[in-house]
Design a protein around this ligand. Structure first.
Ligand SMILES: Cc1ncc(COP(=O)(O)O)c(C=O)c1O
Length: 375
């Protein structure tokens, strides 16, 4: 294969955005699970939930079969539904708005700040009073700013965190996912910890935890009458999935360490390249380096970089979308561009590039060389 940049015929391996690791202990545990015949609702789910709760310091962690189902179940358990207005970042992933819609609530599209990708406080003010809840997304795993939590607190608006990308990130000393009434994580293969498909709800609120637990298991209350609290679904996470994730949870600290060292190498190599900046956390917070992304000054440079990287077997794509621009929602809500202008702009400027534990310095050098060749 000929490199677009060097023009050589060296065989360079493909670099993906993420590459999940299934460790040796997980493989043993899977054998054990298969031999035991207990494939669901067994000890690995309990261990997984306990490990997750400990990591984020949350009283309850409830494993679910995806980040999307976790968010949906979380909204239901928080009583977010018909007649309610729920603020969401216009910038993000379809799952957030889909969960709001499925819960029967009305999404209120909020613009973001270009510098941080956080929801714009001014935009919240402009929507006027009357938000019942706010879903805070930690974009790319970057902890959202304090301002949004203070504002919601002052306005007495319930916060649910869609921390799909935020496991291991912290705002000050507090883990993302635990800053509102409840939070959710995703364990999709792109995420820092993956169970294949998977997700979880974390909360300190006993009532919400009970409802979420029942909801993931058909609504069963767990009492001897075999009654249901309310109609639920089957959103359980299998024992095999939990075992895959458990080893990664136990190794989370070293994973975070490795990712931070990759970030440092990227920063050193791209520091002085004009026209781009690496999106990163502010000093007092901790970022899990879930999704490494570059912000370009010019969308044409972003598009050219994406094409050239992809042609060189380096996966790179826009990590976030404008939710109000998804044709279904554009038709349904007809949000004017001026309401979400920065979000739309950001979608044309951001590019996610490879960052995973299996990468080494020479891989990063390769990505950076291709990137630099775009200017
Ligand atoms: C912000 C956000 N919310 C929700 C989800 C959905 O997670 P899952 O793919 O596990 O359903 C994702 C997935 O990437 C996400 O980025």
């Amino acid at each position: 294969m000929e490199s677009q940049v060097t023009g050589t015929h060296e065989k360079s391996h493909a670099l993906r955005l993420a590459k999940p690791v299934v460790g040796p202990r997980a493989r043993q545990w899977i054998e054990q699970i298969i031999s035991s015949g207990r494939l669901i609702q067994g000890p690995f789910c309990e261990r997984f939930e306990e490990a997750l709760g400990n990591i984020v310091s949350s009283a309850h962690a409830i494993a679910m079969n995806s980040g999307t189902s976790a968010l949906y179940a979380c909204l239901k358990a928080c009583d977010i539904g018909p007649g309610m207005r729920v603020g969401i970042s216009d910038l993000g992933f379809a799952a957030t708005i889909n969960a709001v819609e499925l819960a029967g609530a009305r999404p209120v599209f909020l613009d973001v700040e270009e510098e941080t990708l956080d929801i714009s406080l001014k935009c919240i003010e402009d929507t006027g009073p009357g938000l019942d809840a706010l879903i805070v997304v930690h974009q790319l795993g970057l902890p959202a700013g304090r301002g949004i939590f203070h504002k919601a607190h002052d306005d007495k608006v319930m916060i649910v965190e869609d921390a799909a990308c935020g496991l291991g990130s912290k705002l000050g000393s507090r883990s993302c996912g635990t800053l509102g009434i409840a939070g959710t994580f995703s364990f999709h293969p792109r995420k820092i910890v993956t169970t294949g498909e998977g997700g979880a709800i974390v909360t300190d609120n006993e009532h919400i935890a009970r409802r979420a637990m029942a909801f993931r298991n058909h609504g069963f209350s767990g009492n001897e009458k075999n009654d249901i609290i309310e109609p639920g679904m089957n959103l359980r996470l299998s024992e095999i999935s939990c075992a895959i994730g458990l080893e990664q949870l136990e190794n989370l600290e070293s994973t975070l360490e490795k990712r931070r060292s990759l970030l440092a190498v990227y920063k050193a190599m791209l520091d002085r390249v004009p026209g781009i900046r690496i999106l990163s956390n502010n000093e007092n917070d901790t970022w899990n380096v879930q999704t490494l992304a570059i912000m370009f000054e010019d969308s044409r440079d972003r598009d050219r970089a994406m094409t050239i990287l992809n042609a060189d077997q380096i996966e790179a794509n826009p990590p976030v979308a404008s939710l109000s621009a998804i044709p279904y929602y554009a038709k349904k809500y007809k949000i004017p561009l001026r309401q979400v202008e920065t979000s739309r702009k950001c979608t044309s400027l951001i590019l996610a590039i490879p960052c995973y534990e299996g990468m080494d310095e020479s891989d990063i050098e390769r990505v950076c060389m291709v990137l630099k060749s775009c200017f």
